[in-house]
Design a protein around this ligand. Structure first.
Ligand code: 3HC
Length: 297
């Protein structure tokens, strides 16, 4: 089975990007949100990003103005939005990108298991929860994978493809092929906490926050050190703001509950405090830095 029609549940930070790269990869995509206002925001971001990529293509001499216009219209034309779960019934693949809450994800997959055709493959973009638990909830664990994209989805070139003990070989191969069609390089991961990237990245971010909290160095110096000393495109504190402090905290809370003896998953006090204060990073205008829209101010 070739994946042609894709449903994406959640059109937020990650979901809107997944909708877009799937459409760029040639799939027909249905974006599902709980409310029309969220859908409109997500679809608006997609429109802006497609326009940006089209104008970049012209700038770099990859396409003429005409070709860029046609490309943008074609990609845009493959995307529709809905607030009705039933509209995902005939999708070949449904990718979940909702809030990082295992209960909500399981409830969603149980419902989708009833709604979608028997062949539909299910995927979760979870960054930290066990894929196997959602797979069981869906009632079709053999047709379930993790497809973990990175923020910003349009630009980051990786997708982690996570298999559980029950994932069918064919389903796994189709999920990898879908990741490639989206323009990503797939890497294979077992169903372990954080897979590859977050298992390394989140403890690193925690260490940077601890360093800042102890006053060992300023936020700007910690970030400059990792950018200039290690060639990272962003320093760890900018990256925490970029990912979202709430997302980072919820990943850590989930891990602390499951793996209380793992010291690498300790939660920095300032992360809890800032989240409680609504300082969630770039999206709220303040985290470890203040932000003016998409840029640090
Ligand atoms: N769509 C289209 N274009 C976009 C875009 C988008 N969504 N986002 C940015 N761009 C464009 C910008 O407008 C800019 O265009 P310009 O050159 O014409 O001005 C261009 O891309 C470059 O962006 P920036 O100027 O903002 O700066 P950078 O050169 O630093 O690139 C970056 C941005 C690619 C985000 C780079 O800083 C980077 O790679 N940062 C690290 C990100 C990272 O580590 N992500 C993983 C997070 S972990 C994760 O997602 C896992 C989760 O589970 C927690």
């Amino acid at each position: 089975m070739k994946i042609e029609k894709v449903g994406v549940v959640g059109c937020g930070l990650m979901g809107h990007g997944i909708v877009q790269v799937a459409a760029q990869g040639g799939c027909t995509v249905v974006a599902l949100e709980t409310e029309q206002a969220y859908l409109d925001t997500g679809l608006g971001r997609i429109e802006k990003s497609i326009a940006k990529l089209a104008s970049k293509g012209v700038e770099k001499g990859k396409m003429s103005e005409e070709e860029a216009k046609a490309w943008a219209a074609t990609v845009q034309g493959r995307i529709t939005g809905t607030t009705n779960r039933a509209d995902l019934a005939d999708c070949d693949l449904v990718v979940e990108a909702i809030v990082e809450d295992l209960g909500a994800k399981k409830e969603l997959f149980t419902a989708l298991g009833e709604i979608c055709k028997a062949e539909t493959i299910f995927a979760s973009n979870t960054s930290s929860f066990p894929v196997a638990e959602m797979a069981e909830a869906s009632g079709r664990p053999e047709r379930f994978v993790g497809l973990h994209f990175f923020n910003p989805v349009q630009l980051m070139r990786l997708v982690e493809v996570v298999r559980t003990d029950k994932t069918d070989e064919d389903v796994y191969a189709e999920a990898r092929a879908f990741g490639e069609a989206c323009g990503k390089t797939p890497v294979s991961c077992k169903d372990t906490p954080g897979f590859v990237v977050n298992r390394l990245l989140v403890p690193y971010m925690v260490q940077a926050i601890n360093m800042f909290d102890r006053g060992d160095a300023s936020a700007a110096d910690i970030d400059a050190a990792m950018q200039l000393g290690c060639g990272h495109p962003m320093g760890p504190l900018t990256l925490t703001d970029y990912v979202g402090l709430d997302t980072t905290l919820s990943i850590l809370e989930g891990w602390c509950e499951r793996y209380p003896d793992e010291p690498a998953f300790g939660i920095p006090e300032s992360l809890r405090t800032k989240v409680a204060e609504g300082k969630l990073g770039r999206k709220t205008g303040e985290g470890y830095y203040t932000w003016d829209g998409d840029k640090r101010s």
